[in-house]
Write a protein that binds this ligand. Structure first.
Ligand code: 8YV
Length: 320
C-alpha cells in the first residue's frame, strides 16, 4: 500500500495487535479504553477509511447513511455484530467483518463456568465465607444441584452452542436437547433436536442461550421463560437482548426459576440493582472471550480482514 489507510481503533486492543496495526496503517488508538460517544463515532465515519470497533461501539443506520461518509470497511472485534446496523452498512456499500471461531472455546468455557457456578451456588457460598459467616463444614449446608444426568437445553446450536453442548455431554455427563432454526448434523455426541424454544424450556434443567441479539425483539421471550421448571437455571453468554431480561429478573424475583448466570446484559454496563442483590445469580462483566490468547487472536483476525480489504483480496470473515 503506497498511502497508509487511516484506521480508527475504538477500544484498546492487546499490545501485539496494536503493534501490527501501527506497522501497516495510519492507526489511531484509544488512549483511555473508554467507549466513544455516538457523536465522535459518527464523525469518525467521515474521517477514517476503516474503523475497528467492539461490542461497546454502536454504529447506527443514521451514522452510516450520512452523505460524505469516508469509511469503507468496519472490522469488528467480536463474532456478534449486534453493535452495527449491518443492513445499513450493506446499503452504503461498506464492508463489515467479524471474528468467528477463535473465541468459540473460550466463550463455551464461560458458559460452563456459569452453569457450574449457579448450580453449585458458588457465589452465595463464597460470599458467606468472605463475610466471615462460615461456621465450619456441614453435610447439609451449601447444597446445590448436580448436573450429571441432567438435561441441558441449548437455544441456538451454532458454533458456540455446539461447543457448550460437547463439553456438557462428554465432560459432565449431561443430556442435551436443543432448538436451532435449521437442522444440525454431525455433532459427534448425543443430542436431541426439538422443534421449538418452548419445548426445550419445558424439559431443561439448565438452559444455555446462544442466539444473536440486536434484532429489536428478544428471541427468548417472557412466554418462553415462563415455560421453565421452578428447579431450572438459565445462563446467557450471547447478548443481553437475546432474551427478555426484565422477564428473567421477574422470574428470579418470583422464585419461578432456581437461578441464572449472566455474562451479558441488555444495556451494558448497566446491571439492575435487583439482580446485583440476588444470591442465586452469577454476574460476569461480559468476559466470555476474555483470555489474553483469544483477545489477541480476535485482534489479529480483524487485522487480517483489514489487510485483505485494502489489498483487494476476499475477506477471511465477511459479514457484509
Ligand atoms: C467479544 C462477544 O469479546 O465476540 C463477541 O460477540 O460477545 C465477545 O466475546 C466482544 O463482542 C468484543 O467486541
Amino acid at each position: 500500500m503506497l498511502v497508509k489507510p487511516r484506521v480508527l481503533v475504538l477500544r484498546k486492543l492487546t499490545a501485539e495487535v496494536e503493534e501490527r496495526l501501527a506497522k501497516t496503517y495510519e492507526a489511531v488508538f484509544s488512549l483511555d479504553d473508554k467507549p466513544m460517544v455516538p457523536e465522535a463515532i459518527a464523525q469518525a465515519l467521515y474521517d477514517y477509511e476503516a474503523l475497528v470497533p467492539t461490542v461497546s461501539d454502536r454504529i447506527t443506520a443514521v451514522m452510516l447513511k450520512g452523505a460524505g461518509v469516508r469509511t469503507r470497511m468496519i472490522a469488528n472485534v467480536g463474532v456478534g455484530c449486534s453493535n452495527i446496523d449491518v443492513a445499513a452498512a450493506r446499503d452504503a456499500g461498506i464492508a463489515v467483518s467479524n471474528t468467528p471461531d477463535v473465541l468459540t472455546d473460550a466463550t463455551a468455557d464461560t458458559a460452563l463456568l456459569l452453569i457450574l457456578s449457579v448450580t453449585r451456588r458458588a457465589f452465595a457460598a463464597e460470599k458467606m465465607l468472605r463475610e466471615g459467616r462460615w461456621g465450619g463444614f456441614s453435610i447439609v449446608g451449601g447444597l446445590g444441584a448436580s448436573i450429571q444426568d441432567k438435561v441441558l437445553g441449548i437455544i441456538g446450536m451454532g458454533r458456540i452452542g455446539q461447543a457448550v453442548a460437547r463439553r456438557a455431554a462428554l465432560g459432565f455427563g449431561m443430556k442435551i436437547v436443543y432448538y436451532n432454526r435449521s437442522p444440525v448434523s454431525g455433532l459427534g455426541f448425543e443430542a436431541q433436536g426439538l422443534d421449538s424454544i418452548d419445548a426445550v424450556m419445558a424439559v431443561a434443567d439448565v438452559v444455555s442461550v446462544h442466539v444473536p441479539g440486536g434484532g429489536g425483539t428478544p428471541l427468548v421471550t417472557a412466554a418462553h421463560i415462563a415455560r421453565m421448571k421452578p428447579s431450572a437455571y438459565l445462563v446467557n453468554t450471547a447478548r443481553g437482548d437475546s432474551l427478555d431480561q426484565t422477564a428473567l429478573i421477574a422470574a428470579l424475583a418470583g422464585k419461578r426459576i432456581a437461578g441464572a448466570g449472566f455474562d451479558v446484559f441488555a444495556k451494558e454496563p448497566e446491571v439492575p440493582e435487583t439482580l446485583r442483590k440476588m444470591e442465586n445469580v452469577t454476574l460476569l462483566p461480559h468476559i466470555g472471550s476474555a483470555t489474553e490468547e483469544v483477545r489477541t487472536a480476535m485482534g489479529h483476525m480483524a487485522v487480517d480482514n483489514l489487510d485483505a480489504y485494502f489489498e483487494g483480496r476476499a475477506l477471511p470473515s465477511r459479514v457484509v
